[in-house]
Write a protein that binds this ligand. Sequence first.
Ligand code: ATP
Ligand code: MG
Length: 671
Amino acid sequence: MSVVGVDFGTLKTVIAVARNRGVDVVTNEVSNRATPSMVGFGPKSRYLGEAAKTQEISNLKNTVGSLKRLIGRTFADPDIQTEQQYITAPLVDVNGQVGAEINYLGNKEKFSATQLVAMYLSKIRQTAASELKLPVSDICMTVPPWFTDVQRRGLIDAAEIAGLKLLRLINDNTAAALGWGITKLDLPGPEEKPRRVAFVDIGHSSYTCSVIEFRKGELSVKSTAWDRNFGGRDFDKALVDHLAKEFKGKYKVDITTHGRAMARTIASAEKVKKVLSANQQSPVNIESLMNDIDATSMITRQEFEAMIEPLLARAHVPLEQALAQAKLTKEDIDIIEVVGAGSRIPALKERIQEFFGKPLSFTLNADEALARGSAFSCAILSPVFRVRDFSVQDIISYPIEFAWEKAPDIPDEDTSLTVFNKGNVMPSTKILTFYRKQPFDLEARYTQPEDLPGKTNPWIGRFSVKGVKADGKEDFMICKLKARVNIHGVLNVETGYYVEDQEVEEEVKDEEGDKKDPDAMETDKKDDSSKKTRKVKKQVRKGDLPIASGTASLDDSAKAILIEKESTMVMEDKLVADTEEKKNELEAYIYDLRAKLDEQYSEFASDEEKTSIKAKLEVTEDWLYDEGDDTTKGVYVAKIDEIRALAGPIVQRHFEKVDAERRAVQERAEA
Ligand code: ATP
Ligand code: MG
């Protein structure tokens, strides 16, 4: 079993694998170190990753990019209008979730964002497995810190549908920080001042800054701030807007109403942006943009910087927020590590540097640092791998409250409570106590809906506590519920139980022990009669309370259906790929045999044989370019077999001669 980290980006995804000698990036089927985060659909199969990118321009309506921006969102969310500007397939509602409507196998089909991401992750799994020559199941994957419960659950479901087991969803900068810290041998000791690093990640669509403290063997996130609509694509858009205006004046064409022209201008703008990171000017050349016009232009770095000034003017905001949340000043920050390929724009780097007033550090690989960090995280969590232990303490991004109905017989009980605050350690467990005589429900929701992305519903889940009843004396049952924001940043009420107040003998200790988890109060301490004891009132666990949870995760039956659908599609894709392979094999065999008949096979075939086989080759070749262009795998295999049967005797004679020669050489050598 392999140990894999995945940086699932808006534009591209990087896969890394932990091996005994370190972490390596996995290349895909066309030897790229990153795979476009995109899926497409065709009349015969899906196009996943590189194939989707290759087909994109000719298949815009059936291609879906920016997959990460869709997961866990609703179609009605205004954010989705923004995404539609970047996604060429029409977005639609699919059972309350956003999805895309495309043409697949000749039919109109709708797939939810969860399904689309699952398709893509299934491709990522295959890419990793074929490179590693090992099955891939356990992975860690990056996630923006601003992803909410429903987005995180969507990713976990998608991974499961793709046949992957997510060991951890790790916040982007936390992954970068783990990769940075785990290799450092000079981190401060436990009593020393920690090393404080600001990690800045600017990707294709979002920008995050986290302040993270390092000591030997551990990192702890102090703050995270973000602008979830600030990334490379916004810089591209500034260029596209400029070019659209210029082309309108110069060529009298409106690219904004023309999907293909728009897509090609966006692609060209991205290139120009990259050229301008290293040069003072860049040409623009788009052949037959529309109406047979070859569009050309020239853009200088200075012009580009003027176009992106509104973005540059916002660059300090997440940095300022991250410092404020960490209650630190610029002077407290020892190092500023910049990652994410979107950060390569010189003017942007300048703004960040100006803000901190000190040089930036680029010791991490901007494209691969997050994938590497995720692979380390996977290695730490995976039972199959031994790695230096490094503790990773993250924080909760949004405050979470629980709400419940007032118990009829407790007049002054509150009906809600914020249980997890923004900045609380994550993962984290809290025990909630209720006095009840009957089963009851509670609901978890984000306390401040206005902080959430777009119009995200603040609702997280409903938890029904069963088995609650008044005890013999008509007394309340003391119910304890264990609420946990887990390693993925997902909230659950994991267990429930009830307790009774009892007098128990307890060992007298000099110190309060176990300070590690102040929230988990129900620790079972064993008495040792040889030590000093005292009588104390304690709550003793008496029994379990079953909990029924309703959350944004897919239920098992819905998931089973999607797993089934995905595996059918995987099989269909495989059949198409195998068919194509057999077709290519037949074509190659025809050429190969034709050439050999005139060369090495020549002396072993009679003229008659040659004529008849060549005729057969010609007929088959004609067929291949005509009705045989599109048929089934079985037919290609049959054709290969037919020719092989004809050529068989000749190949055999050739082989016998070669073999006899080989033996003669061997005998001579041995004599
Ligand atoms: P996100 O993190 O937002 O989900 P991502 O991880 O896919 O997205 P990255 O790969 O970090 O994003 O960055 C991609 C962006 O970086 C693209 O917009 C790309 O055009 C931009 N980029 C890459 N190289 C350069 C360069 N040399 N100069 C400017 N921008 C660049
Ligand atoms: Mg990224």
